[in-house]
Ligand binder design. Structure first.
Ligand SMILES: [Zn+2]
Ligand SMILES: [Zn+2]
Length: 312
């Protein structure tokens, strides 16, 4: 089955402070022609230029109101307006999102040519899109902070062409009707009967799932539930395991703790982000995560793109 393309661009992977090689937080998820961004750190718009993603953003989700997660919005909306955008843009986020959007309207002399809307989300809030849902979940970061689950709708089960033919369904448009859930009258060996979708379709297959924790202390029990069977878990890994105490003090996670969360969730791939500027590489992060998680572990560089494919 082909389905929509699903790509994740790591536009900013730095923790708290940018470095010459890492920008503050911004993750872009593109599904088909839809583009969502999760956090919008300073300089995010230039990262979009460098990654050649364009600016066709449908919605912005903010995990929490620390400056490294939202300062890029001001520059981005200025550019969107300058480029002639007229479509409304919705900014979703935890409490204070309305005040933030009010602030945007009052900062400087913005002449925005498109409306900006604000929607406050809390633990369990969800937003429906065409073919997928984004659901917020509470994490532990000292201030109100949310993670997000991006999950596609389940896909229909596999269509068993041979069985359909054996039951007397002529190949052609009837196949499509069965796949859309219709029961089809058939005549087989002179007898009237019907073929139901359940006769020729396998069980529904899950869509793809991406989970973004944002900044958080380890919440493995929580992640085990909301991120169960995630194709891609993008987890706070500000520190390596040598800095466990510091991580707890500043409400962040270590790479090893991110690995524990990924194992608890049964995730396929773990991406370690929000890497502190104290590290010149993420080798120790990868090693620490792998101690606790046997799946694939990556520590994306800025502008890296990961394609998420269907499991089956
Ligand atoms: Zn941060
Ligand atoms: Zn933070």
């Amino acid at each position: 089955m082909s389905g929509e393309t699903l790509q994740v661009y790591f536009l900013g992977t730095a923790g708290a402070l940018p470095t010459p090689h890492r920008n503050p937080s911004c993750i872009m998820v593109r599904r088909g022609s839809d583009t969502l961004i999760f956090d919008c750190g300073e300089g995010a718009q230039q990262q979009m230029m460098r990654a050649r993603t364009g600016f066709g953003i449908n919605a912005v989700f903010i995990t929490h109101w620390h400056a490294d997660h939202f300062l890029g919005i001001f520059g981005l909306i200025h550019t969107l307006s300058f480029n002639g955008r007229t479509a409304p843009l919705t900014i979703y986020g935890p409490e204070w999102v309305h005040e933030f959007v009010q602030t945007i309207r009052h900062v400087g002399r913005f002449n925005l040519n498109f409306p900006i809307e604000s929607v406050e989300l809390a633990d369990g809030s969800f937003v429906r899109f065409d073919g997928y849902t984004v659901t917020a979940f509470a994490v532990s970061h000292g201030i109100t902070a949310l993670g997000y689950v991006f999950e596609e709708d389940a896909r229909p089960g596999r269509f068993d062409r041979e069985t359909a033919i054996a039951l007397g369904v002529a190949p052609g448009p009837l196949f499509g009707r069965l796949q859309r859930g219709e029961t089809i009258p058939v005549e087989l060996e002179g007898r009237q009967g019907v073929v139901r979708p359940s006769d020729v379709m396998g069980p529904p297959r899950p869509g793809r799932k991406i989970v973004i924790t944002g900044d958080t202390r380890p919440v493995p029990a929580r992640i085990a539930t909301v991120a169960q069977d995630a194709d891609l878990l993008i987890h706070d890994a500000t520190y390596d395991d040598a800095e466990k105490d510091r991580a707890a003090e500043f409400y962040h996670a270590t790479a090893g703790q991110a690995g524990e969360a990924a194992a608890a969730a049964g995730a396929l791939t773990l991406a370690l982000i929000h890497v502190s500027s104290r590290y010149t590489d993420a080798d120790s992060h990868i090693n620490d995560a792998k101690k606790n998680f046997s799946g694939r572990v990556i520590a994306p560089q800025d502008l890296d793109m990961v394609e998420v494919s269907f499991r089956q």
